[in-house]
Design a binder for this molecule. Structure first.
Ligand SMILES: Nc1ncnc2c1ncn2[C@@H]1O[C@H](COP(=O)(O)OP(=O)(O)OP(=O)(O)O)[C@@H](O)[C@H]1O
Ligand SMILES: O=P(O)(O)OC[C@H]1O[C@H](OP(=O)(O)OP(=O)(O)O)[C@H](O)[C@@H]1O
Ligand SMILES: [Mg+2]
Length: 282
């Protein structure tokens, strides 16, 4: 089974880090190599440009790929199945025009020109709106084009909004919300290895933002303690030999840890430990 992973750019490090946390450590992955092995002899990595990954997966050079939804939509590369939202690389494709221009809605662009690195997404967007525009494909610095009379508006990626602001461009409409996903070719979604890799990555995502609480609780207060531990199924309770205390383990949302610990202390819990969780396999 082969996984296509971004070879450089902003998606490379988080993708490799995620595979690592899923236990799929890359071995012998020296810089600038095309392929790398992983600790699983049946799983190899193919390093490719984020924009090429959809095509590589649909053509069979890899079976699954890690790349942005924007890249998959732009590639129009056969039927890729969105297996899992990996939740990094979040950004939006937006339609934007110069702040001082007369363009205030999509309709104002009829007969105009829109510059973009995403001609297919842009074409589909305007087709759906029933608005006829010329599309000027560029390969970067899209934000400059409206200021040099190449285009009236752009469709481009924004995340913090800094680049749009610096170029005095106002958002007219959201075109696509994107984040990095695990994609699989349709014919391999049920393969055992594909399922195993998906499960491993999902287990890392499930553990993010969760903490493991361990504590000792007087037997008599157990019910009260169970009441203050929020959600995620009942806690695990273990007898402590020869004592009138029980050990309680539970998974809680990180956001609730501060409050929960205060509540637990009030109910007589002692020796409370809070630890991170690497993976949660359901
Ligand atoms: N602010 C952002 N700008 C660009 N891409 C982003 C941003 N936030 C998330 N992404 C995602 O990263 C992808 C771009 O990956 P890419 O490998 O091209 O990174 P890069 O750092 O822009 O490298 P390059 O120098 O090749 O442009 C986008 O298609 C999108 O899915
Ligand atoms: O909303 P912001 O946080 O400002 O991010 C958006 C900018 O980031 C990307 O460029 P990138 O840094 O990838 O440079 P590039 O044009 O060389 O790809 C993208 O093309 C936008 O220009
Ligand atoms: Mg870029």
């Amino acid at each position: 089974m082969r996984i296509a992973v971004p070879n450089k750019g902003r998606l490379h490090d988080p993708a490799v880090d995620l595979l690592d946390r899923a236990g799929l450590h890359v071995v012998d992955g020296a810089d600038r190599k095309l392929y790398a092995d992983t600790v699983d002899p049946d799983v190899t990595i193919l390093y490719a440009r984020a924009a090429d990954i959809p095509e590589y997966v649909s053509d069979g050079a890899a079976d699954v790929g890690i790349t942005g939804l924007d890249q998959v939509r732009e590639a129009d590369a056969g039927d890729l199945v969105d297996m899992l939202d990996l939740e990094f690389g979040a950004c939006k494709l937006v339609l934007a025009a110069p702040e001082e221009s007369a363009i205030e809605s999509v309709a104002d662009l009829a007969g105009g020109t829109v510059a973009t690195e995403f001609p297919n997404i842009t074409r589909n967007y305007f087709d759906e709106q029933g608005i006829d525009v010329e599309i000027a494909e560029v390969s970067g610095a899209t934000e400059l084009t409206p200021h040099v009379d190449i285009a009236d508006a752009i469709v481009d990626i924004t995340s913090t909004g800094t680049t749009l602001r610096m170029n005095r461009l106002a958002v007219i409409d959201d075109v696509l919300e994107s984040s990095v996903r695990l994609f699989a070719r349709e014919d391999v979604t049920d393969d055992e290895k594909v399922q195993q890799v998906t499960m491993a990555l999902r287990s890392v995502k499930s553990a993010e933002g969760k903490r493991y609480l361990m504590m000792n609780v007087p037997e008599d207060n157990l019910e009260a303690v169970e009441d203050v531990i929020p959600g995620l199924g009942g806690p695990t309770i273990m007898d402590i030999a020869g004592e009138e205390m029980v050990a309680v383990h539970a998974v809680v949302d990180e956001r609730h840890v501060f409050e929960t610990i205060n509540d637990l202390k009030a109910e007589g819990a002692t020796g409370i430990l809070v630890t991170e969780i690497e993976r949660m396999v359901k």
